[in-house]
Design a protein around this ligand. Structure first.
Ligand SMILES: Nc1nc2c(ncn2[C@@H]2O[C@H](COP(=O)(O)OP(=O)(O)OP(=O)(O)O)[C@@H](O)[C@H]2O)c(=O)[nH]1
Ligand SMILES: [Mg+2]
Length: 454
């Protein structure tokens, strides 16, 4: 249990209808009562109309010390967001009044909440698990209906339930292996137990879960796209055409773009972060060389590369090599389709013909980007999970795959049992329920991404 009582402004700072200041902890009611004319909250969950006052001014005999007419509500523990006693004070929505209310709470015994501390307390008090906390964050950050739905599914326990279900299955199979280990060679405790089949089923469930999380993630974090290609092929022109604005400088001089220019936009509610880079070629110019290095790194680190070539020229070996190095993460954009084409570009990579100058083919390119980035999620729809959580699910899946391979050969039961155990422990990390308890560093990382007041 946490001792201190914390307070923070939970609404965004700015002028609006109302501002909500939230207080959580054992002293929430006592501290709030000091700065309100109402001294008790008889019915939890009921909004009471009352006045905000400064108790020190009251003592000084100032009868004009009512600062705002406010609503206040008490959520009694353990049925509150944090699992502790929570009071929310709804002031009018001004920056000054919201800050003043918070200041009065701090003066009267509350401590300023850290970023995400309310949600962290909800986790510590068992109100939600770590996957659900990620769902909360996802809802706040969502920029599209898909992202929102994935987060809402996670918050309502969609991810937790699946993980618990898989965890139980692993535990059962593991137990069966461990019992069999105690029997002499050749004697099987449970003859009906088909371990390879059971593990294959777990593997299936994990694969489904992973694909749902990956699908949810793409709508939350978006896809990172790099525009790359040789100098003067029309990369900056393409960026401008996609964004429908003159964002990057375009000239007929090769080597115009030297630094990376990044912009965000949406394709059917899919967030895209697109970067225009310096043309790729060997150069003597130090600044440009640095830009080319950045371009190569950016292309390698992004989810997708739009590799632009000039359709009025034949594709070169260097260009083909670069495209090959990007495997499946590339769409070749054959630009300058308004000019006579040098060849018909018969290759196996995903490709789109465009004219950045005349703005033709841009919608086709956007659909190609969308289709490449958005994979259809497994049944049940996308789920929101952090990159770390997705990694844990992937790691767990790899261990299960390994265990499955061994089980198929009916070999090494002790190793299989060990693999199952590791897969299970890693899976519980997603919920913050691994056997050692979630570590402080992980929690700091997790909750620092929240705003103060959440
Ligand atoms: N005809 C034609 N010209 C184009 C097209 N797209 C770009 N250009 C021209 O090609 C030249 C280079 O365009 P940029 O967009 O600056 O090319 P870039 O790839 O960004 O060049 P660097 O930044 O130097 O690497 C300019 O003169 C553009 O007007 C197109 O679709 N058709
Ligand atoms: Mg350019």
């Amino acid at each position: 249990m946490v001792e201190s009582t914390i307070a923070a402004i939970s609404t965004a700072l700015g002028e609006g209808g109302i501002a909500i200041i939230r207080v959580s902890g054992a002293e929430a009611v006592n501290i709030s009562a000091k700065i309100l004319t109402r001294k008790s909250f008889d019915i939890p969950g009921k909004l009471y109309l009352t006045n905000l006052i400064d108790p020190s001014a009251e003592r000084a005999g100032d009868d004009g010390n009512i600062l705002d007419r406010v609503l206040a509500v008490h959520f009694a523990k353990p049925k509150s967001y944090t699992g502790e006693d929570v009071v929310e004070i709804h002031t009018h929505g001004g920056i000054f009044i919201a800050r003043l209310c918070l200041e009065l709470l701090l003066k009267n015994g509350a401590e300023l909440a850290q970023a995400g501390e309310f949600t962290r307390r909800a986790f510590i008090n068992g109100r939600i698990d770590l996957s659900q906390a990620e769902g909360v964050l996802g809802i706040i950050k969502a920029q599209s209906l898909e992202a929102l739905k994935a987060s809402a599914r996670t918050l309502s326990g969609g991810l937790s339930e699946k993980i618990q279900e898989i965890h139980t299955k692993i535990l059962n199979v593991q137990a069966n292996f461990e019992i069999n280990l105690d029997f002499p060679e050749g004697e099987i405790f449970d003859e009906n137990f088909n371990s390879a089949h059971e593990i294959a089923e777990i593997q299936n469930l994990l694969e489904n879960l992973l694909s749902r999380c990956e699908a949810g993630m793409i709508f939350n974090s978006g896809v990172k796209i790099t525009i790359a290609g040789r100098p003067n092929v029309g990369k900056s022109s393409l960026l401008n055409a996609i964004l429908e604005q003159k964002r990057a400088i375009v000239t007929e001089i090769p080597g115009t773009t030297r630094d990376i220019i990044s912009e965000k936009f949406l394709i059917n509610s899919l967030p895209v972060i697109i970067s225009d880079t310096a043309g790729l070629h060997e150069t003597e110019d130090i600044i440009e060389a640095e830009g080319i290095k950045l371009a190569k790194n950016s292309a390698n680190e992004s989810d997708l590369c739009l590799f632009v070539i000039d359709g009025s020229k034949k594709i070169s070996v260097e260009e083909l090599n670069f495209i090959n190095s990007l495997d499946d993460r590339v769409i070749v954009v054959i630009n300058k389709s308004d000019l006579e084409q040098a060849e018909n570009f018969n290759f196996d990579f995903a490709k789109v013909h465009v004219s950045a100058k005349n703005k033709t083919g841009i919608e086709e390119l956007k659909s190609a980007i969308y289709n490449k980035a958005v994979k259809t999620p497994a049944a049940g729809g996308g789920l929101n999970a952090s990159a770390f959580q997705i990694n844990d699910i992937r790691e767990s899946l790899n261990l299960i795959r390994e265990a499955h391979g061994l089980a198929l050969n009916s070999s090494e039961p002790d190793i299989i049992a060990g693999l199952l155990n590791d897969a299970r422990v890693i899976l519980m990390r997603v919920l913050g329920l691994d056997t050692g308890g979630a570590n402080e560093k992980l929690l700091d990382f997790m909750f620092n991404r929240f705003c103060v007041g959440k």
